[in-house]
Write a new protein. Structure first.
Length: 284
């Protein structure tokens, strides 16, 4: 009977974490499996080469690694694991009869997370496994939070950049009194906003003038613009947005379809831009 620890508390989320045991002695694998088998899913292999085969096929939460193995010893195996982008996050605990300071420093140097001496003390192995898996989960969550924060910052920076471009456009628009200059300013803004687009302008004689940025003016594109103009409507469909305001009809073909908030912001901004442009033309 193990003492000192309540092993039912080790898996608080009722998730069966997976431990890979790497040892060239099957008897050692059996000992570890008997100790841990009721609390963790155990995978096992007898060499470093086979360990990588297991890692490539299975999701592993922690590795218990023997040091003294033929062909590739535990230090070399650990170093290779920590150099691998897919596996370097997995905690590695050495289990070995080697226990000198030099051996521990060598293990630390190749990226091992902890060291267990043989013969194995069950309470110690449970405690160290729990600590390393919990630390690994915390680290993973922290990295996710950092990634989400970076994405939010990038999104905020993108929003600020868009607003700066639109503000500059509106300020310059106030000073223009020439139709061609106003239209050119609008077309340049859409380009600066990285829109792949076609702009259709209704001329006084009911003819149309087209401007394109990164998009071929096909019969299909012009028919979409015609329909939006005829129905006086806006429409977002997948990565396409068509907006009609007075004499302007704009088709954008590279909308961020997986980002609803961004799509809404683009449509709202485009409506404001076209309204302001129409007002500027009316005041000439």
């Amino acid at each position: 009977m193990f003492t000192g620890l309540n092993h039912s508390l080790f898996n608080k989320d009722k998730v069966m974490h997976t431990i890979l045991v790497v040892d060239d002695e099957p008897s050692n694998i059996s000992i570890v499996s008997n100790i841990l088998g009721d609390h963790y899913k155990i995978l096992a292999c007898t060499s470093g080469e086979k360990a990588f085969e297991v890692l490539n096929k299975s999701s592993v939460n922690l590795i218990l690694l023997d040091i003294l193995m033929p062909e590739m010893d535990g230090f070399e195996v650990c170093a290779k694991i920590k150099e691998h982008d897919r596996f370097k996050h997995i905690p590695v605990i050495f289990i070995s009869a080697l226990s000198s300071l030099e051996d521990r420093l060598k293990g630390f140097n190749v990226g091992a997370n902890d060291f267990l001496s043989k013969p194995i003390n069950p309470d110690e192995v449970f405690s160290k496994i729990q600590i390393e898996i919990e630390n690994s989960i915390k680290s993973y969550r922290q990295k996710l939070e950092i990634k989400n924060l970076e994405e939010n910052v990038n999104s905020s920076n993108s929003t600020i950049h868009e607003l700066e471009l639109i503000c500059d456009f509106l300020i310059e628009l106030l000073s223009l009194k020439n139709v061609d200059n106003i239209i050119n300013l609008l077309v340049q803004l859409l380009k600066n906003l990285n829109f792949s687009n076609i702009v259709s302008i209704t001329l006084p004689n009911d003819e149309y003038q087209f401007f394109s940025n990164g998009e071929e003016i096909t019969s299909m594109a012009t028919s979409i613009l015609d329909k939006a103009r005829e129905k006086n409507m806006n429409l977002l469909f997948n990565d396409k947005l068509v907006v009609h305001k007075n004499i302007f009809t704009v088709l954008i073909t590279n909308m961020p379809k997986d980002d609803t908030t961004h799509c809404e912001r683009i449509e709202n901004n485009l409506n404001r831009i076209l309204n302001a442009t129409n007002i500027a033309l009316a005041n000439i």
